[in-house]
Design a protein around this ligand. Sequence first.
Ligand SMILES: Nc1ncnc2c1ncn2[C@@H]1O[C@H](COP(=O)(O)OP(=O)(O)OP(=O)(O)O)[C@@H](O)[C@H]1O
Length: 473
Amino acid sequence: MAESSSKTSWADDVQEAEMTRAAESSNQTAAEEQKHSELVQNEHDVNVTLADMQADPNSPLYSIKSFQELGLSDELQQGLILMRFSRPSKIQERALPLLMKDPPTNLIGQSQSGTGKTAAFVLAMLSRVDLTRNVPQGLCLAPSRELARQILAVFDNMGSFAKVTTQFAVPLAVERGKTIDAQIVVGTPGTVLDCIKRRVLPTRDIRMICLDEADNMLDQQGLGDQCFRVKAMMPKDIQVLLFSATFPQKVIEYADRFAPNANKLTLKQEELTVDGIKQLYIDCEGDEEKYEIIKKLYELMVIGQSVIFVKKRENANELHRRMTADGHAVSSLHGAFDGNERDKVIDDFRFGRTKVLISTNVIARGIDVASVSLVVNYDLPTLPDHVTPDFETYLHRIGRTGRFGRVGASVSFVTDRTSWQQMDAIQRHFNCTMTRIDTSDWITAAKHIRTILKSGKSAAASSEQFMGVGSGN
Ligand SMILES: Nc1ncnc2c1ncn2[C@@H]1O[C@H](COP(=O)(O)OP(=O)(O)OP(=O)(O)O)[C@@H](O)[C@H]1O
């Protein structure tokens, strides 16, 4: 796999929600501290009951088949062993036979966050590669550099025994003047389009195109146009795959146009939320109290790993600055960082070298870090009008925890009438209830969160997933 570094900011970023709204800490006495220290263990050590979950017909991880029955080659099955996947999840069990049968048929695949959609399309794409030909045969598009890079790593790991070659296609990753001959190309739409236009990426032999986070890409003017233009340059009979946890009504028409006559695996609205994620909220008076509360939260809780979502880059910078000044080890990531910085920040987080990541929506979708046990909506996500709640982004954000059967919690901050209304709308939309954390009694509040993170029939995968980033990183 050839991946070169990047030194510029990213034109292909997922659009960040552009809205603005954004904190008194009580001093801890020695006695309090002692009590707190009893509360603050890393609670997210996971129990092993994945097998039980996969036997529960109501779980999105349920399956009755084995990977062997899905007709994958020995090399791909070895890749699964490398990844430590013993049984398929529901989406994998359902999607794989549809994707692998001939003649190839388009597929629109929806399943809850963290239930293994990536492996479904990666395995399907790998299974169609003609290993004797060193030409691009599969193309996968993702809305952000981080997600494209993560998907590439899954291709590299799953395809390692089959010796499938891959190429990363984000700005500056494609060597100047060199024609891409890797069998699988993973990138962001703008760069891929550019490579095709410059005739660096030959499309003649591409048989399959997959859009991950398809609703997000097709719904955004810039990204959507780029995706349609990329597809227009593909062979006419290409197999099209669209995957996401969400397909809101307004995107369905685009999806049907992009993937005509597709088989569809979809979810009902009430099936969208993940049971293992406990949704909490904290009510506070305004920005200053909000900051004091988050500071307190991190003083009191040792949280495995967590992501704090804010609305804008400036807010990420400011929160990073304040928390650092107050002695918290935090990192931050957003679209203004250059490619190398972004890779370093996400790798440090992925490999546990950093524990708290403050970010914009740039990592709201798809990013898979198993030990994230808490997601904080420091600012609730909104549409560009800065008022209407962005339901899909909310779901994707909280889906950064509770991956593949793990437990996790999300905490959303509400500070005023508008954010109350947004939270209320989110609850009604997903028919879910967010539980209030009473911050007037921190001992109880911390205990409450701890209990949530420890409890639950939901459980982790039988082992930590092998989730390296691609070779050369
Ligand atoms: N069959 C399996 N057995 C064990 N673990 C699995 C299996 N399939 C996927 N996983 C693991 O589950 C985690 C979540 O998978 P993945 O990122 O593909 O979810 P997703 O459905 O694409 O999520 P999102 O909607 O957030 O993009 C990953 O760490 C992956 O390695």
